[in-house]
Design a protein. Structure first.
Length: 253
């Protein structure tokens, strides 16, 4: 009887001791970390605002009304950090993406950033309604950046109005429409020595796109005579020129 009482006391002591230690254990939740990318549109040395007037090297006054494009299969030093991002300047300002990432460590990202300017052929012709609802490739998010008739995504959309008559009278009645898609127009971009900046729980990368440079390098685009491409038959040369120029105009800030 005494032995049983002794064993009971020992077990009770051990139980209480373990419980006390367990109560002291604190569960530390890992703070989510994010990657954030921005693109600042400019026109030469000026910040580009939609619907504001700028002057091309040919002397035309131009007002950009729409700027949208896809980046897909985004890699940093070969590691995929983002499946896709849709830039929509009118709707989202300079924000390209903000995504939670498990790849961020105590150090910043460095090195080379690669991506498709557009949507690669392995993804371009998939059912746009089958993507996750949060994906930029889902039809609800892609919206007018997907063609039903192609089918496939629009990689780059630039729209503007131009005054082609240099008479001092502001008459923006000449429409510029560049809707570039199709597998053959896919471009890849590579930015070396990228500098990511850590701010709070975010690692940030900043890009810039110069629409004045876009109109002039590496090929001159005359918005008066080369004003429209929907990537249709007969528009191949202009489509290739537009997407190539844009890939050159997009660079680290």
């Amino acid at each position: 009887m005494r032995l049983l009482s002794f064993l009971f006391i020992v077990f009770a002591f051990l139980f209480l001791n373990v419980k006390c230690k367990t109560d002291k254990i604190q569960i530390v939740e890992e703070t989510p970390r994010f990657i954030r990318g921005t693109v600042e549109p400019v026109f030469g040395t000026e910040k580009l605002n939609l619907d504001s007037t700028y002057t091309t090297l040919q002397g035309y006054d131009i007002q950009f009304s729409n700027l949208k494009f896809y980046l897909e299969d985004v890699k940093n030093d070969g590691a995929t950090i983002l499946e896709s991002a849709l830039f929509d300047y009118r709707e989202n300002g300079t924000l390209l993406f903000r995504e939670e990432s498990t790849l961020i460590t105590d150090g910043d990202f460095t090195g080379t950033l690669n991506a498709n300017l557009g949507v690669g052929p392995n993804v371009n012709h998939l059912d746009p309604s089958a993507f996750d609802n949060a994906s930029p490739l889902n039809i609800l998010n892609a919206n007018d950046m997907h063609w039903d008739w192609n089918p496939g995504y629009i990689f780059l959309k630039i729209e503007a109005k131009v005054d082609t008559i240099q008479d001092g009278v502001p008459l923006f009645n000449h429409n510029v429409v560049y809707h570039i898609g199709l597998d053959e127009n896919l471009q890849t971009v590579e930015f070396q020595n990228i500098q990511w900046t850590k701010v709070g729980d975010e690692s940030r990368v900043e890009l810039i796109v110069d629409l004045n440079e876009f109109l002039n390098s590496p090929n001159i685009i005359d918005v008066k005579t080369e004003s429209s491409s929907h990537s249709s038959s007969g528009q191949e040369a202009l489509s290739a020129k537009v997407i190539a120029n844009f890939s050159e105009a997009l660079r680290p800030k």
